[in-house]
Design a protein around this ligand. Structure first.
Ligand code: ZN
Length: 338
């Protein structure tokens, strides 16, 4: 079948019920993933910057190219870090860029009962346990074992409370990563495949340790909320920035503990600041101006994704349609990194 004919069966979006054999090159070509559901899940700690718009555009294009559903979920589970009004501002930025969700927006802060049920299941199944350790307790336990923690690195929890609290009060709940990893297919370490980064692996119980599910301050941990929400919302494809790639093995372990399916993962290239570091709110990434020139913002994001410039004179809608075709057409689309 000539490539153009394949493309023609894909458009307009929605006309995706095309059964045919896929070559490896076309593994993610539209129509081959029935029931595609993707999401963009920003934290409302500030406005979208150039890097977060790349992730938003990529997840939208991937869903559109698949004729799938695209959701937006506000990840405000870490309330103290959230900026009031940032959620509405982010949604306005997305709308400026023509990126509108196909279903009502979800806020994690309104979904605690789901996380509560997930933790309950993990406890009942023996995958989660209470922990009484303070940061200082953990540092002392690591030192007593002859270990050390590199500056700026999170300490690897040494498993102190795996076998009981011995009368100390519980502060947090943790996941039994060692037992889960032992029974993971082909593990340990845990293996998975990223659509852009390729084969990946991590020995979670050694590199991260038994991570927190419910924090000592009473807030739900990011990992538990994301895994629970992705499953509850039926997400089949996660497309997000590469800065989140190292969360993936922890989320897969949690999915396995909860008996949930693992979505396909694609981590998009990061936008680098002038210092060569990843662009982030921390190193002063400025909010992307979507109000005065959304097309310029989208063009910059599309370029990071390896997409060609939209034809001169395109409207936002026409540019998005152009990039959707480019994303879907493997001859010119998103070019996987080596
Ligand atoms: Zn502990």
């Amino acid at each position: 079948m000539p490539r153009n004919a394949v493309t023609a069966t894909i458009y307009p979006p929605g006309n995706v019920a095309v059964a045919r054999h896929a070559s490896p090159l076309e593994r993610y070509t539209p129509g081959l993933v029935p029931g595609y559901r993707g999401r963009f899940a920003p934290s409302p700690t500030g406005l979208l910057h150039a890097g977060s718009l790349v992730a938003a555009l990529a997840s939208w294009l991937d869903a559109r190219a698949a004729g799938g559903t695209w959701l937006v979920r506000i990840e405000d589970v870490d309330q103290p870090r959230c900026v009031p009004g940032a959620d509405a501002a982010i949604l306005r930025q997305l709308a400026d860029c023509g990126l509108r969700p196909d279903a009502p927006v979800a806020w994690q802060s309104q979904r605690s009962s789901l996380y509560h049920a997930a933790l309950g299941q993990l406890v009942a199944d023996g995958w989660a346990y209470p922990c009484a350790c303070s940061r200082r307790d953990i540092a002392e336990a690591i030192a007593a074992l002859g270990g050390s923690t590199a500056r700026h690195a999170a300490p690897v929890y040494p498993g102190t409370c795996r076998h009981g609290l011995h009368g100390r009060p519980a502060r947090a709940w943790r996941l039994r990563t060692d037992l889960l990893e032992d029974r993971a297919p082909g593990g340990p370490p845990l293996h998975w495949t990223d659509r852009r980064l390729g084969q990946q692996s991590q020995w979670v119980s050694r590199a991260v340790g038994d991570f927190v599910l419910l924090r000592a301050d009473g807030l739900w941990a990011y990992q538990l909320a994301v895994v629970t929400d992705d499953a509850d919302q039926g997400i089949t494809h996660v497309v997000r920035g590469e800065d989140l790639a190292d969360n993936t093995p922890r989320q897969i372990l949690l999915q396995q503990a909860l008996g949930l399916p693992t979505p396909a993962y694609l981590h998009t290239p990061l936008v680098r600041g002038v210092d060569g570091d990843k662009l982030s709110k921390q190193n002063g990434a400025t909010p992307v101006d979507t109000a005065t020139d959304p097309l310029a913002a989208l063009h910059a994001a599309a370029a990071v994704l390896g997409l060609p410039g939209a034809p001169v004179g395109s409207s936002v809608a026409l540019a998005l349609a152009f990039w959707t075709r480019a994303w879907a057409d493997k001859a010119t689309a998103y070019n996987p990194a080596p």
